[in-house]
Design a protein around this ligand. Structure first.
Ligand SMILES: Nc1ncnc2c1ncn2[C@@H]1O[C@H](COP(=O)(O)OP(=O)(O)OP(=O)(O)O)[C@@H](O)[C@H]1O
Ligand SMILES: [Mg+2]
Length: 251
């Protein structure tokens, strides 16, 4: 990469992606260029969320020397898989110095930055602080207590990006998504908005799945969870505006 190309890539993650021979779709470009400190990316299956964030992770590590990028997923294996994609992208770049560290759960760059993959369990993720970019992949399946323990690890200038298909009306990912005023930037990519899906492919997927799973995994709808006695819609409908709850004292 020439100096001019390197400067353009540093300033624009889309130029950086293109230099890696990844041509982002419009929603992927928006996500790559986003500077929001908190982002929720609600996506259909197989639209490219892991690939796009792998590019974002590498960009953050290369152009913020000495900083940490963390990848957290429900399992260590899933996080390692994303780290593997990040290191494959790095190794495909020409003229880059050798990695200082290169194993299944950590990639150390010569500029002092690290990309680290972690499991979605509380015990496995302590000990990080001042993180530049924290990626939560398959976020709706990451437990609330894990989310609570990783949140303080993000630096004040750091970014937290949560990507997921929905997993029912439960948990921190759903709560953040529903709360319109919480300051998280939201992205939504259903199967209809993804260039990875032709109408034929959509029809094939739809035919192979039940309507609940298709609505959740491909149309990004948060369905009711199986352990709910009443549907969320019925509970909402039971509330009438203007009626204040009785202030009963319990003995
Ligand atoms: N802009 C793009 N150009 C070419 N291929 C793309 C693009 N975006 C995504 N893909 C391809 O789509 C496939 C799915 O990508 P990826 O694994 O990142 O998706 P995902 O949303 O994380 O999937 P999953 O739901 O399984 O986690 C991969 O083969 C990837 O290369
Ligand atoms: Mg993925």
């Amino acid at each position: 990469m020439s100096l001019a190309e390197s400067m353009a890539a540093a300033l624009d993650p889309v130029r950086f992606a293109e230099s890696l021979r990844f041509e982002p779709e419009p929603w992927q470009s928006t996500l790559l260029r986003s500077q929001a400190r908190r982002g929720l990316v609600l996506c259909a299956r197989q639209v490219g969320k892991t690939t796009t964030t792998s590019v974002k992770a590498l960009h953050a590590a290369l152009f913020n020397p000495g900083r940490d990028v963390l990848i957290v997923s429900p399992t260590q294996r899933q996080s390692d898989e994303m780290l593997h994609r990040v290191s494959a992208l790095y190794k495909a770049m020409s003229g880059q110095p050798r990695l200082k560290r290169d194993n299944t759960s950590e990639m150390g760059l010569s500029n002092g930055s690290r990309v680290v993959s972690l499991p979605g369990s509380e015990g496995g993720i302590r000990g990080f602080a001042g993180v530049k970019l924290l990626i939560l992949d398959e976020a709706s399946r990451i437990d609330d207590d894990v989310f609570a323990s990783v949140l303080p690890m993000v630096a004040s200038d750091g970014v937290l990006l949560a990507l997921s298909t929905p997993f029912g009306k439960r948990g921190w990912f759903y709560d953040r998504h529903e709360d319109a005023l919480n300051g998280w930037e939201r992205h939504k990519v259903t199967v209809y908005e993804s260039a990875q899906y032709t109408p034929e492919r959509i029809a094939e997927v739809r035919a192979s799945l039940g309507s609940f799973t298709f609505a959740s995994d491909y149309e990004c709808e948060f369905g009711d969870t199986d352990n709910q006695l009443f549907s969320t819609e019925s509970v909402r409908a039971a509330f009438a505006p203007g009626i204040t709850p009785l202030d009963l004292e319990v003995a």
